[in-house]
Design a protein around this ligand. Structure first.
Ligand SMILES: NC(=O)c1ccc[n+]([C@@H]2O[C@H](COP(=O)([O-])OP(=O)(O)OC[C@H]3O[C@@H](n4cnc5c(N)ncnc54)[C@H](O)[C@@H]3O)[C@@H](O)[C@H]2O)c1
Length: 484
């Protein structure tokens, strides 16, 4: 089938590549000429495991092309996917300007029936707004009678496992408009997704509003599980229980399941934070409060400060003279995505308290440099006390403590002897609960996980540090459970 995918980001590139892999003739269009140039030159502008190989294979087979021209893409396709960003606005609502701009552009170029599929995460009612934008662009060209269907097909892929998620979806949610155009869309979408439904039917057909809401409901539910576990971890710390044992204890209940039950430094990424806020905003616009989702969000906001609170409880609030190593910057492993990553809260806080910070991430170093520079308002450098280093051990050179922020596989079984030799203090604040507290103890590390029994005692003052007892820089700091 002839497909266009608008947006060559995490969702658009994966969608375009996977649909090409199934034999479709796909054009992926992005307004960012630089991004398109990278793709033309054989590069891939994002990090997603396996994407590079699959993309090159389909490019070589001429099933996948890239362009910056909407006219070319719209002329080519019978089905057009919109996969552009829907970032949060100041008030938490989703910014639909990119989605609506694409809709208008489709209307400026189409000359025959098209199925327009919204893959971006958009609030309920956006399908109708896309339809209006398209209709108005057609009317401007005197093509009022030209028909089209706007379908909602939210994407549930996870960055880091995106190809597998796309190729082997749990379900495919498809919201159809009523009427003849909707039926025509059903036929095309049935054909397009037939390869995914060979083993059993995975497509769930519904109306557009329900499909749009399904995406937000899924993300809110998953985010809530994480915040629930983070709160439970605080209680476990206070009670001397182990949140990992609790996690296994509840996850093995088939009504609960094991996914998304890990306590940590809070969720980040391009979806959960913005989608929970957008859901709260949508509800408010309809006179409703989503108290549970609001709580999920506020627990998460505080959770991103937990490691710094604990470092301050251990070393004191004034971190001048302290050297800290950080492992992991991306919001999760197997991606270079820095959107709303906890590291963007933790690192500026450590710097503002005077610490020197050495950071390492297997793939996100340059994205992190860009994101932290944007956050700090100037190109970040060693002048700020921040060094980006190429290996995990370099990040431990003479440090007083290590913070683990992302659970990259390569951090799971490090050489603890080599670490101990590099570090000046053997203290680990593990924001991802990668290590066994008993093993850490046996190896002579002072170890603090999240909800893994007991809290560290305040450290003896480090000689090299100034004695000044600075007041906390963040007045709203959550009162971390007092050190045991
Ligand atoms: N990233 C994820 O894991 C994920 C998962 C599920 C759903 N989503 C949703 O999918 C949508 C896209 O997310 P993403 O992470 O891929 O975003 P992204 O920022 O990585 O990519 C968006 C791309 O769209 C392009 N774009 C913007 N306006 C355009 C226009 N008018 N014409 C052509 N291209 C345009 C941008 O240049 C960019 O390359 C969002 O709504 C997001 O919430 C994302």
């Amino acid at each position: 089938m002839k497909i266009a995918v608008v947006g060559a980001g995490y969702v658009g590139l994966v969608t375009a590549t996977c649909l090409a892999e199934l034999g479709n003739d796909v054009i992926c269009v992005d307004r960012d000429h630089g991004r398109v140039a990278v793709l033309h030159a054989g590069g891939v502008p994002i990090f997603e495991p396996g994407l590079d190989d699959l993309l090159q294979r389909n490019r070589s087979a001429e099933r996948l092309r890239f362009t910056a021209s909407m006219a070319v893409a719209v002329r080519h396709a019978e089905v057009i996917f919109i996969a552009v960003g829907t970032p949060p606005q100041e008030d938490g609502s989703a910014d639909l300007q990119h989605v609506l701009a694409v809709a208008a552009q489709i209307g400026q170029h189409m000359t025959e029936f098209k199925v327009v599929v919204n893959k971006s995460t958009v609030p309920v009612g956006t399908g109708r707004r896309v339809e209006q934008a398209l209709r108005s662009a057609l009317a401007d060209r005197g093509l009022d009678a030209l028909d089209f269907a706007v379908v909602s097909n939210p994407e549930f892929l996870k960055e880091g496992a995106a190809l597998d998620d796309f190729m082997r979806p749990d379900r495919i949610v498809i919201g159809l408009p009523a009427g003849e155009a909707g039926e025509a869309a059903r036929r095309l979408m049935t054909r397009l997704y037939a390869p995914f439904n060979r083993n059993h039917e995975r497509s769930l057909w519904m109306d557009v509003a329900s499909a749009e809401l399904t995406k937000y409901a899924a993300n809110a539910m998953l985010a809530t599980r994480i915040s629930f576990m983070n709160e439970m971890a605080h209680l476990a710390d206070a009670l001397g229980a182990d949140i990992d044992a609790v996690r296994r204890g509840i996850g093995s209940d088939s009504r609960i399941g094991h996914s998304f039950l890990y306590a940590g430094t809070g969720y980040g990424g391009s979806c959960f934070p913005k989608d929970t806020r957008a859901l709260v905003h949508t509800a408010a616009a309809h006179g409703l409060r989503m108290r549970l989702v609001e709580a999920t969000e506020s627990v998460n906001r505080l959770q991103k400060h937990v490691l710094v609170d604990r470092i301050c409880a251990h070393f004191g609030a004034d971190l001048r003279g302290l050297r800290l190593g950080v492992w992991g910057l991306a919001f999760k492993p197997n991606t270079d995505d820095m959107r709303d990553a906890p590291s963007r809260i933790v690192i500026p806080e450590l710097l503002s308290r005077g610490a020197q910070v050495l950071v390492h991430d297997p793939v996100a170093l340059s994205e992190a440099q860009r994101a932290l520079s944007a956050d700090l308002g100037h190109p970040v450098s060693e002048m700020d006390g921040l060094s980006f280093v190429e290996s995990p051990l370099e990040a431990l050179a003479d440090v007083d403590a290590l913070l683990v922020l992302t659970e990259w596989k390569c951090f799971h079984h490090p050489d603890f002897d080599a670490m101990a030799r590099c570090m000046r203090g053997r203290v680990i604040f593990d924001g991802r609960n990668l290590y066994d507290p008993a093993l850490m103890d046996a190896l002579g590390f002072v170890y603090q996980g999240i909800g893994r029994r007991g809290l560290l005692k305040p450290a003896q003052p480090v000689d090299a540090r100034p004695a000044a007892g600075a007041t906390p820089l963040r007045p709203d700091a959550q009162s971390a459970p007092s050190p045991a």
